[in-house]
Design a protein around this ligand. Structure first.
Ligand SMILES: [Zn+2]
Length: 305
């Protein structure tokens, strides 16, 4: 990171500028803690949550919310690992490629340049692979790679998991590899998936390990093949990870749909269907980008089971 760095605010945050994600360097190897054993095979599913950064929201209007209707201008970025007796699945891979992340563990503010000249700022302390290693995992341990959807803030480290089986809807995969990719997409972050072993999901629900504890649910609208993750955990109970069906909890409370959803009518229908599912199953909805709620959740190496 040879670019000029300058301190902002309290001196804890650095601005790395400019950083072109589209030209991300190959992943840095050897970030795992040497000699650290892999986590034991769990007897029941575990959910690890990694802090994959905090996204600054310059304009809440994109979520059809006025600034005074929300309590924060920040969104959390989560990455999730489900450790199941029959396999290990990663759900979303963050907004900042590990190769960009400066070592040391102090929060750094990174600039993400999007193809259409938009930019985003994400503050992050630790790379995903460092956090994985602290929980006893490395990318090669991951058997299934799943993105809630194709946007850049969910895909940054996807190439690291190309040896896993990719679970995706055809319509989403087609968009990701189209000659002209959709907005808010950085194909270089997931290009290795093109050659990955791939399972095209054709049913609304896909039971990943065959025992009903980890189910990917079709939840289109935000993107054409958007999905949410339904988990049945022995002690925590039922939890659904939202993908970007919502970003702010106020979208849910006030019934607002982001202006940039691929199909807003479809989002409304998906939200209604998921509400019914949540009620029927007494499931909690964890909104992945909800900064306030996410801050209260246990982070890896702790886990929910
Ligand atoms: Zn997102």
């Amino acid at each position: 990171m040879s670019h000029m760095l300058r301190f902002i605010t309290a001196g804890l945050l650095l601005l790395a500028s400019p950083v072109l994600v589209g030209q991300a360097r190959p992943s840095a190897a050897g970030l795992q803690t040497p000699g650290k054993p892999s986590a034991d095979k769990p007897r029941t599913p575990r959910l690890y949550i990694f802090d994959c950064g905090t996204l600054d929201v310059a304009d809440t209007g994109r979520f059809r919310l006025k600034r005074e209707e929300v309590t924060t201008d920040k969104l959390s970025v989560g990455c999730y690992l489900v450790a199941h007796p029959r396999g290990t699945m990663i759900w979303d891979t963050g907004a900042v490629p590990d190769a960009m992340v400066m070592p040391g563990g102090a929060p750094v503010r990174y600039r993400i340049a999007l193809p259409d000249a938009q930019e985003r700022f994400v503050t992050l302390a630790k790379s995903l692979k460092t956090q994985l290693a602290e929980a006893g995992y490395k990318p090669a341990d991951v058997t299934h790679v799943v993105l809630s959807h194709y946007h850049y803030d969910h895909s940054a480290n996807t190439n690291d998991f190309a040896s896993a089986t990719w679970l995706v809807r055809q319509v989403e995969r087609d968009a990701m590899f189209a000659a002209k990719p959709p907005d808010l997409v950085l194909p270089s972050t997931y290009s290795a998936l093109r050659g990955s072993k791939t399972t095209i999901i054709k049913t609304d629900d896909h039971d990943v390990f065959g025992d009903g504890t980890v189910v990917i649910k079709f939840a289109p609208g935000h993107t054409p093949g958007h999905q949410v993750l339904s988990l049945k955990l022995a002690n925590t109970g039922r939890v659904v990870l939202s993908g970007d069906l919502y970003h702010y909890p106020e979208e849910r409370r006030l019934g607002r749909i982001p202006t940039f959803d691929d199909n807003q009518e479809q989002t409304a229908k998906t939200r209604l269907a998921l509400d019914a599912f949540l009620k029927q199953n007494a499931a909690q909805l964890w909104i992945q980008h909800d900064y306030t709620a996410s801050a209260k959740l246990k982070k890896a190496p702790q886990y929910y089971d």
